[in-house]
Design a protein. Structure first.
Length: 271
């Protein structure tokens, strides 16, 4: 069976009946039903873990897996990410690449319900996740030098694909990078806490500010992503304000580029 041709026919049938006025979720539900009617094997919302040096740092789920292994008909599985957008962008392609890497699936597509059905094949990056569990080693490096090292290590491991990934909260791309930095710090013998400080007005808590890493000496580190240089300056100003507010003397910013061609930056803030 040529799964892509059959899925394309099914998607065109869905679009011909529903037209262009519905949400992505509606098209996914309708396509799944059409695939069942046509006896095309699939699996919906397959969960996966994102692993860094043997430790879980995030999770996600793929919309559809075509020709799943449990179907038992041979051939390779295909990651299928559904979209309802005007144009398939690099961000959508990178998202599929994340799923392909995490699920170890070589074939992937973006299927878009636009004015017409567009299917774009995606190449799997030459990158694999490391599932071997590393053990801690005590580092003698200064914290700034260590942060420089681990930030570049994390970025080189995941690549920009993971910063293109969609997601919120625990599944957000930046959270994955932050968790991976946490793994690196623990493996280097650095103890830390993740702390939320209250913002008070006349003894009433009216807000809060989070520090990603608070070390035993009172120094902090926060992790950000950026597209433009001015975003770094804004983040520096924000963290400096809260360092002063909470009477902390020193902090660091790790800034990951959300677009290719820019550098990983580690900035020091002190008074």
């Amino acid at each position: 069976m040529d799964y892509l041709k059959e899925v394309e026919k099914a998607a065109k049938e869905v679009l011909s009946i529903l037209k262009e006025d519905y949400s992505e979720e509606v098209y996914e539900e309708a396509l799944a039903h059409e695939l069942r009617l046509r006896k095309i094997p699939y699996e919906r919302q397959r969960n996966f873990e994102i692993i860094y040096r043997g430790y879980k740092v995030g999770s996600g789920r793929a919309d559809l897996i075509l020709n799943p292994l449990w179907y038992g008909k041979g051939g390779k599985e295909i990651v299928c990410e559904l979209k309802k957008v005007k144009k398939i962008t690099d961000a959508h392609k990178r998202q599929v690449q994340v799923y392909m890497i995490s699920l170890n699936i070589d074939k992937g597509i973006v299927l878009n319900f636009g004015d017409e059905i567009i299917i774009e094949k995606i190449n799997k990056p030459k990158r694999e996740l490391d599932y071997e569990v590393d053990k801690p080693k005590k580092s003698k490096k200064k914290i700034f030098d260590l942060l420089q090292e681990v930030a570049h290590k994390v970025y080189n491991y995941f690549g920009v694909e993971f910063l293109y990934r969609e997601g919120k909260g625990e599944e957000s791309p930046l959270n994955i990078f932050t968790n991976a930095i946490g793994v690196e710090l623990r493996l280097n013998g650095i103890e830390y806490s993740q702390v939320t400080f209250p913002i008070c007005y006349k003894h009433q808590e009216v807000g809060s500010f989070d520090f990603d890493f608070v070390f035993s000496n009172g120094e902090i580190t926060n992790v950000y992503s950026y597209k433009k240089e001015e975003e770094i300056d804004e983040n520096l100003a924000e963290v400096k304000f809260y360092l002063k507010l909470f009477r902390l003397k020193k902090g660091y910013l790790i800034c990951f580029p959300a677009i290719e061609g820019k550098k990983v930056l580690v900035k020091e803030i002190s008074f």
